[in-house]
Design a protein around this ligand. Structure first.
Ligand code: SF4
Ligand code: F3S
Length: 91
């Protein structure tokens, strides 16, 4: 599966969510998360993110390793997001 990391925090450009063919992005207050059970590793979202926040789980940078579990947990409890919205002001 693919993982959204720290770079998304306080940004949420949401360019990623509109290209996902299986609609597996879930929206939190400060960032989005991918449900690892739904992601089909198509990689469509990776080049869309302006801050390069999305990585394959095998390539998550060392400092952001904890995001693999965070995506799995958070995606369970948040609403799905499939439409683009304005990024957060703090980005
Ligand atoms: Fe969706 Fe593909 Fe990105 Fe997985 S890799 S989150 S299936 S766009
Ligand atoms: Fe976040 Fe990048 Fe998507 S900033 S919302 S992972 S386009």
């Amino acid at each position: 599966a693919h993982v959204v990391t720290e770079a998304c925090f306080n940004c949420k450009y949401t360019d990623c969510v509109v290209v996902c063919p299986v609609e597996c992005f879930y929206e939190g207050e400060s960032m989005v998360y991918i449900n690892p059970d739904e992601c089909i590793d198509c990689e469509a979202c990776v080049p869309e993110c302006p801050v390069e926040a999305i990585f394959h789980e095998d390539n998550v940078p060392e400092k952001w390793q904890e995001y693999t579990q965070i995506n799995a947990d958070k995606s369970q409890e948040l609403p799905v997001i499939t439409e683009k919205k304005d990024p957060l002001a703090d980005c």
